[in-house]
Design a protein around this ligand. Sequence first.
Ligand SMILES: Nc1ncnc2c1ncn2[C@@H]1O[C@H](COP(=O)(O)OP(=O)(O)OP(=O)(O)O)[C@@H](O)[C@H]1O
Ligand SMILES: [Mg+2]
Length: 475
Amino acid sequence: MQYVSCFVEGTISESYPGFKGMDDVKIKTQEDLQAAIMVIDDDPITLKNLRSILEKVGHSVSTFRDPIRALKSLDESPCDLVISDVRMPGLDGLSVMERIKGRFPHTEIILITGFASIDGAVDATKRGAYHYLSKPFTPEELRRVVSDAVREKTMREQAEASVINGPVIIGDSLKIREIEDLILKIAPLDCNVLITGDSGTGKELVARSIHSHSSRADKPFVAFNCGGFSEDLIANELFGHEKDAFTGARSRKIGIIETANKGTLFLDEVGEMPLSMQVKLLRVLQERELMRVGGVNPVPLDIRVVAATARELKVAAAEGVFRQDLYFRLNVINIAMPRLSERKEDIPLLVYHFLYKFQRRTGKAVKAVSAGAMNVLSSYAYPGNVRELENIMERALALCDGNTIQIRDLPPDLGKVELYYFDRPDSSLMTLEELERDYIRHILVIAGGVKSDAARILGIDRVSLWRRMKKHGLE
Ligand SMILES: Nc1ncnc2c1ncn2[C@@H]1O[C@H](COP(=O)(O)OP(=O)(O)OP(=O)(O)O)[C@@H](O)[C@H]1O
Ligand SMILES: [Mg+2]
């Protein structure tokens, strides 16, 4: 009786130490994620309670009964997060939020209220609140919401930095760190590199990164896709031709390989190259010179070749459809790109990276991803790897009409529970009761344990959710 997909794996509640590959961005670990928090509430007992709950986990907390004085104090010492009551004499929580967001757009706001309504929550989050916490809540609930908010803020800032600093390989999984180490090690060596991996895993990105860490960084990086060209066309494109080399060749044409001289030549989908071209390419790599079509004088070459393929070249070489000698020459160093599903822990970082990328492009003020949406994103299998995630985020940003990406902004089949219940042997068919229990459990995980969110997804109120959880022993 299990769901095929595991939703607990790689959720936002796990640690994600930060981005790698950017020396100038300080990498934050989870232990660092302690924040400066301001709490505003007209009730001194609430202030005292919240302070003690949050200080216990290492946050530094300032408390204010008067919202106006709180705002004044922010000018002198800005903070990461403001937790504010909604109903207060003087200035209400929503106005406090508006003023803070106007001046400190990076400060997160959590609103607290004793008069929760779904509309109020939706309105508050649309207007920029990170979360809308209704009383009563447990210390754990508060700490979790706070730590999610602080973590997201950190991720966002790092994602922004990464977009500003140009292309970087996002990810902090062991696999990505190993790849980064390898890139740094081999980039200066000028050896040929073969990058293998499924579509959308980041092969071209790695090729660019090798180039940018090499002594050729200020010389051209020229990419050529070897698939989908006829032999003649490839020869012409890659090697260029002399004037009058064939009918119609009215002037000399410099080929792709030559334009990459002194720089890096990236041969994408190299496994698709016709055999006859492979011979010619091998000759170029061996002789370090090239002959234009119809030419008589060889042109000396100084290029580094980085090739990529989604095909098993070793197998292709064994089967005779790819030249073994060329394979060996290209494959001096092999970098094997993992599938995204093999490094799920990188998903939240990538999500924020793309959020910022498209936010800058579209100018939309979408700043966050709800915990539920992050859970759905973290549990999907991504057959199209990082490129698919990138497309999903682009779509989500286009559809999002608040400042937070919600589950409804994701493709509908993404969060679908894969219920393999229907083709089970009769002996293990489930009762409706069991199905309900599993489904509620599943939605609770998706909603990151936030019961009000889970209730909203399930279309029932909090009380009946609570009643059903109790019935199924899910507390
Ligand atoms: N680790 C990563 N960090 C940030 N962006 C990434 C990462 N991996 C891939 N991308 C992005 O995903 C998209 C696809 O990556 P890329 O084109 O490098 O994949 P590929 O392996 O060459 O795919 P294909 O085989 O389909 O050509 C690009 O927009 C790239 O910038
Ligand atoms: Mg590619």
